[in-house]
Design a protein. Structure first.
Length: 579
């Protein structure tokens, strides 16, 4: 059976293979394949043209099977002219709907089990039957006018689809009669109550029940896609084991929720692998925050949970140093390191394709110090840091990236020579973080060379002497939004490529919603000399209502205080909300 396909509004179905003269014997009018006889199939072409090598619409069945189903339709039963013949004795030879069913009864030896009248009752009133009969009436008129030739007999797209649907209905009825009956008595006399209900046999009183399906493939309604043991198409919650039924139907939607087979639930996200489950749609989606991954962290660049392994760092735990925890992961591993509250004095490197998270244990704020650079990220590696204080490095860089990726949330990268140094294609995101350097050495808070950085709701403060808060060289991509970027000499940003918006700066920088406040005042912060860039409440008016919250922005600040969650809402700039 050729499947039903959607066609354009102007699509037409042309009957071909008839030659240039009137052809009253075309298989279209002679019962489809019955008009061809032998091993030939009655074929018509969609949209115009010809059925190659066909004669009067008939084509060798083997060749017909090789035709493109998007262009050709197999008319096994032709197009019926009416429902019933005027003379019931002519039913087998009639070009009617009843004749189609009568011939199926004989061909499939269904006498005493199914009857042509039952078949007709199963399709009467269906919209596709009316369309088929209307198409046949028009074609009869064209034939009478001597206009039925190779490419002049046409039906509209809706009628073409109806032809296929009606053929499928006849096939389904035959299948329902053959081998799909329960309690059949084989008695010829019967009293019919409907093809989808029960048939009570008058001679024996036995009951025959027509089954709706024998397999899931025959249940085409999305609301009832499963075939039950009683032969009915049902929803998953009507099956004995709903989840098993769904898994059998579609391994990618193995759970039954509210009568529908779905991919996942928040309670059972296993089908999502490294992704997470959106419980509103019950579909797998990329993670966008660490909390979605349970105890693990989220790879915020790829949307996958870092699930290979989880280890803890601290006294008496899996590892006592951060570096030991990092090197415990093999090359290309993706995992999570939970750092507990203590002070760490070490220099570490993340390399060899590792993608690792360094998360402060909830409620803790570990401090990471070093004689040199605290953390180096090399090409192909990635780090996700949350809640750590990386501080106290007087002779190096807090975060050095020579390629790779870094995502910092609620991190205090302060009291270092240089806060962050990004080079050679590195990519970094700072959210709700503070970056401030030691004073007196002309240090720069963030240095970018051939790299990209995004600053969102962050506070970036350069040296009081000649250092910059943000310094760019060569080709870079820099985005600054809802942030404080300044230093105490009034020239914080030396980065022509930077796109800055809704931020407070200490020099006039172009961009929507920016506010120039001139040179920084140390009193704006709680204790800038010690790297504490929380805002002093007495200066709150300078920094309030400058930022503009957007969907996807952090919903909490540096300390976990709630931000607004409605697009366009004014908010405090920088990492900290004033209490």
């Amino acid at each position: 059976m050729v499947s039903t396909t959607m066609r354009g509004v102007g699509a037409l179905l042309a009957v071909t293979g008839c030659g240039s003269q009137v052809n009253a014997e075309h298989c279209l009018f002679e019962g489809g394949d019955r008009g061809c006889g032998g091993t030939q199939s009655c074929m018509i072409v969609i949209g115009g043209g010809k059925v190659p090598e066909a004669t009067n619409g008939c084509l060798d069945a083997t060749e017909a099977a090789e035709l493109d189903p998007e262009r050709y339709v197999h008319l096994r039963y032709g197009l019926p002219a009416t429902l019933e013949p005027e003379d019931p004795s002519d039913v087998l030879e009639s070009d009617t709907m009843l004749g189609i069913f009568a011939r199926q009864v004989v061909a499939h030896a269904l006498e005493g089990v199914c009857h042509e009248a039952e078949g007709l009752a199963s399709v009467e009133g269906l919209p596709q039957l009316e369309l088929v009969l209307a198409a046949r009436t028009r074609l009869d008129g064209l034939r009478a006018e001597r206009r039925v030739r190779d490419d002049e007999a046409v039906v509209h797209a809706a009628e073409a689809t109806a032809v296929e649907d009606l053929g499928a209905s006849v096939d389904a009825w035959v299948i329902a009669c053959e081998g799909r009956l329960e309690g059949s008595s084989g008695v010829e006399s019967s009293e019919t109550t409907g093809t989808t209900g029960a048939t009570t046999h008058s001679e024996t009183g036995s009951t025959t029940t027509f089954l709706e399906c024998a397999s899931n493939a025959e249940c085409t309604d999305p609301a009832t896609p499963l075939c039950s043991e009683s032969g009915e198409c049902v929803s998953c919650d009507e099956m004995p084991d709903p989840n098993d039924a769904c898994a059998t139907l579609d391994p990618l939607a193995p759970l039954c929720v509210g009568g529908a087979c779905v991919q996942c639930t928040a309670a059972e996200p296993a089908a999502c692998g490294r992704q997470v489950c959106d419980d509103a749609t019950h579909t797998c989606v990329p993670c966008t925050e660490h909390a979605q991954c349970g105890e693990a962290a989220c790879d915020l660049f790829t949307g996958e949970c870092l699930l290979d392994a989880m280890v803890h760092v601290g006294s008496g735990l899996d590892f006592t140093t951060i570096c030991e925890a990092i090197t415990s992961f093999p090359e290309d591993a993706r995992g999570t390191i939970v750092v507990h509250d203590t002070s760490y004095l070490e220099s570490c490197t993340i390399d060899s394709g590792r993608r690792l998270a360094l998360l402060a244990d909830p409620g803790d704020q570990p401090t990471w110090d070093a004689a040199g650079t605290q953390l180096t990220v090399e090409p192909g590696a990635a780090v996700f840091i949350e809640g750590l204080r990386i501080a106290g490095n007087s002779s190096g860089v807090g975060l050095r990236m020579i390629g790779g990726q870094a995502w910092l949330d609620r991190v205090q990268l302060v009291e270092n020579g240089t806060g962050a140094e990004l080079q050679d294609g590195a990519e970094a995101v700072f959210r709700n973080s503070t970056v401030g350097v030691l004073t007196g050495g002309g240090y720069t808070a963030i240095y970018v060379q051939d790299a990209s950085v995004e600053l969102l709701y962050s506070t970036i403060i350069g040296d009081a002497l000649s250092g910059h808060s943000l310094l760019c060289e060569s080709v870079v991509t820099v985005s600054v939004r809802n942030s404080i970027v300044g230093n105490y000499n009034g020239n914080p940003i030396e980065c022509d490529q930077a796109e800055v918006s809704y931020s407070v700066t200490t020099n006039a920088f172009p961009g929507a919603g920016n506010q120039n406040v001139g040179s920084m005042n140390t009193g704006w912060f709680v204790d800038s000399a010690s790297g504490d860039f929380h805002l002093d409440p007495s200066y709150a008016d300078i920094f309030t209502n400058v930022a503009q919250w957007q969907t996807g922005d952090p919903t909490l600040d540096l300390d976990g205080d709630p931000r607004p969650t409605v697009d366009g809402t004014p908010d405090f700039v920088g990492a900290d909300l004033v209490p």
